[in-house]
Design a protein around this ligand. Structure first.
Ligand code: HEC
Length: 274
């Protein structure tokens, strides 16, 4: 009997401790999250936004991401999220990226689960608030996305339009700008956007060892279209994307002149519609 009641007391006190423990966890979770920063509320994670607790999105709130649209692999760029409109007396933000690293470059932000958010309620006046941050590109080439959701005083909030950052090879020039070495060139594929096939044309100044590769947006090799020696002059090749899913693809050329000159490298963005 005695033993049993001791056991009972032990189990009961354990249960009580467990309940208190749960309450502490739940309480710390709710004070931890709001308004001292949130993560998982951008379009990367879904369409709820801050709406779980702040109500539906308010289109009078404008949230905008600005910064370089192209970075080299591993390069760090300076970006900003600007919030205007809404009641505009206490702002907050959640910034996420599809890949790469978000860097806290502003005392008004902190890192939370790989995302950036306000560490406390940011009171302000003046109708416009800017959160500065940095973004370090991943080591793979391809298209990445920056996402943001901003609050301009409870309950006013809105999503920023997604911001595309094209990650290019450290040795490659930025996509789109015309780059010529002698008469080397890689032309924009035609048609573009395409479905399902498109023509890729390029010219070689001298006989070259050519590598023409199609990568997907996360830098995986989808197709090696040319790999070997080609004569100087104009070349054209058909690319069929019927087995691929819709999206952005990168056409990359590397031509190494057999006369020992400098290699020509260039990337073009192509967009496959379905
Ligand atoms: C799970 C509920 C919840 C979610 C989701 C949420 N919040 Fe909040 N937020 C709150 C609550 C509750 C308050 C009010 C707290 C208070 O009055 O001190 C608040 C207040 C704020 C404030 C202070 C506003 C003011 O007028 O004082 C900011 C800034 C803020 N949230 C930012 C955000 C951002 C940015 C998001 C989305 C990216 C977000 N919150 C998502 C619950 C939430």
């Amino acid at each position: 009997m005695k033993l049993r009641s001791t056991v009972n007391i032990l189990t009961t006190s354990r249960a009580i401790f467990f309940i208190i423990f749960l309450i502490i966890i739940l309480a710390s979770k709710s004070t931890y999250s709001y308004p001292t920063g949130v993560s998982g509320y951008t379009k990367k994670s879904g369409t709820v936004g801050c709406g779980n607790c702040h109500g539906s999105a308010n289109t009078s709130v404008k949230v905008e991401i600005t910064g370089p649209a192209s970075l080299k692999t591993g390069e760090t760029g300076t970006y900003a999220v600007t919030i205007t409109g809404g009641a505009g007396s206490a702002v907050g933000v959640d910034i996420a990226s599809s890949n790469g690293t978000l860097v806290n470059a502003d005392n008004n932000l902190k890192v939370l689960n790989g995302e950036l958010t306000q560490p406390s309620r940011k009171a302000f006046s003046g109708g416009k608030y800017v959160f500065n941050f940095k973004y370090t590109a991943p080591s793979t080439i391809g298209a990445q996305t920056l996402y943001a959701t901003g609050v301009s005083s409870k309950p006013d909030w809105n999503f920023a339009p997604n911001f595309a950052v094209n990650i290019v090879n450290t040795t490659d020039v930025t996509e789109g700008k015309s780059q010529m070495v002698g008469t080397y060139s890689l032309n924009q594929n035609y048609p573009n956007p395409f479905n399902p096939s498109t023509k890729i044309s390029y010219s070689l100044a001298v006989g070259s060892i050519v590598k023409l590769i199609i990568y997907n947006s996360i830098g995986q090799n989808i197709a090696t279209l040319v790999d070997g020696f080609q004569e100087p002059g104009n070349h054209e090749i058909n690319f069929n994307g019927s087995k691929l899913s819709a999206g952005i693809y990168l056409c990359s050329i590397e031509a190494k002149p057999v006369d020992g000159g400098e290699s020509f490298k260039f990337i073009r963005k192509m967009s496959l519609l379905k």
